[in-house]
Ligand binder design. Structure first.
Ligand code: HEM
Length: 341
């Protein structure tokens, strides 16, 4: 079973529920046609946009509307139609006096509509599309990629897998005979906060396999970096969480070793590092807005999977390379076997 493909669908469904308040149902394979068309177009569009980094003539292709740029335009149309349709429906619902219902909704779209609609009732549809789609883009592949690498590390380190299974069992305290549903219900904030070892293992995964391995910033003005290097307005500065996570200067001689314990104190309590050292979520004023949500979601997935199944690589000798994309992605997929505990 390709777990990476499943995780991509699962995070699409969950981020969509948060953003639009709608269940796309892509994981169950029962997505409505419109929903699966949107999901497929969204994934295709992300890949076509990446091609711009390697095709110096992409603007020409866009002007002529040929090749990947023509395909991208088509996919963006599908994504836009879907997004606008749901934004309009929600805005209409809210302006038609169902405001009370809408206020009780917790999804981001309803909240942004409330916060941005002018007194005269004017809705900025493009702004809403941009902000909501930005969150879907930021939260989907990053979380799925991190979870895929985490499960891969669990197969490489079965002793860590066992410890997490045990920790989840104890923290949830749902009883030995609990079903998957009952166990999931018992994963309250309190239970999740008790899972320090799982938190450490997820963080250790992101240290060596950050979902965004390379990131760049454009200089807002002329400046001098702390090491004395001068940069000019408009220059691009890159930082590489993938390399930083493996530097002995930052993490010690065992920087290359996967060791969740490095994040725990002597009582087993998780100890965070400065985000300027552990840069998987970036640092400073533009640090990832979804970090807490991402941990929450990853902990739920991991706790349920490892409490009920022993995971192993289908082929222990198969190579696991990464694909050059904005987010770290396992080129061959993640083919695992899952045996019920
Ligand atoms: C393991 C999961 C995740 C990782 C590793 C991650 C990492 C990052 C990184 C590196 C950035 C900075 C990108 C840049 O501007 O250069 C970022 C930004 C952002 N992330 Fe995440 N992210 C994750 C999950 C999420 C989730 C689940 C959400 C939404 C629910 C989210 C929402 C955002 C947003 C809105 C920004 C832009 C913040 C801003 O520019 O002010 N992220 N994330």
């Amino acid at each position: 079973m390709d777990f990476q493909a499943l995780l991509m669908k699962a995070t699409m469904d969950s981020i969509f529920t948060i953003a639009f308040g709608l269940d796309l149902n892509t994981l169950s394979g029962e997505a409505a046609d419109e929903g699966s068309r949107f999901a497929a177009a969204f994934d295709d569009a992300s890949e076509f946009i990446l091609l711009r980094f390697v095709n110096a003539f992409w603007k020409v292709s866009r002007f002529l509307n040929v090749g990947a740029e023509a395909a991208l335009r088509h996919r963006i149309k599908v994504v836009d139609e879907f997004a606008y349709k749901h934004i309009r429906a929600r805005a209409d619902e809210m302006s038609a006096g169902k405001a009370h219902d809408a206020e009780s909704k917790c999804d981001l779209l309803s909240r942004f509509i409330q916060a941005t609609t002018s007194d005269s009732g004017e809705v900025d549809y493009k702004y809403l599309r941009d902000i909501i789609m930005n969150i879907v883009i930021a939260g989907k592949d990053t979380t799925a990629g991190a979870l895929a690498r985490f499960l891969y590390m669990m197969c490489k380190h079965p002793e860590v897998q066992e410890k997490i299974s045990e920790e989840a069992r104890e923290a949830a305290d749902a009883g030995e005979a609990a079903s998957i549903d009952d166990f999931s219900q018992s994963l309250t904030d309190e239970a999740l906060n008790k899972m320090h070892y799982l938190h450490a293992a997820l963080t250790e995964t992101l240290r060596v396999y950050p979902s965004v391995p390379l990131d760049n910033k454009e200089c807002f003005s002329d400046d001098v970096l702390p090491n004395g290097f001068s940069v000019g307005k408009g220059d691009m500065v890159f930082y590489a969480p993938y390399a930083m996570g493996r530097m002995e200067r930052l993490w010690g001689e065992d920087a290359q070793v996967f060791r969740p314990e490095r994040w725990l104190d002597e009582h087993g309590v998780f100890q965070p590092e400065s985000p300027f050292k552990f840069t998987a979520f970036q640092a400073g004023p533009r640090i990832c807005l979804g970090k807490e949500f991402a941990y929450w979601q990853m902990k739920i997935f991991a706790a349920v999977l490892l409490r009920f199944f022993v995971l192993a690589l289908r082929d222990k000798d198969a190579s696991v390379n990464y694909r050059t994309m904005i987010t770290l992605y396992i080129e061959q997929g993640l083919h695992l076997t899952a045996v019920a505990r």
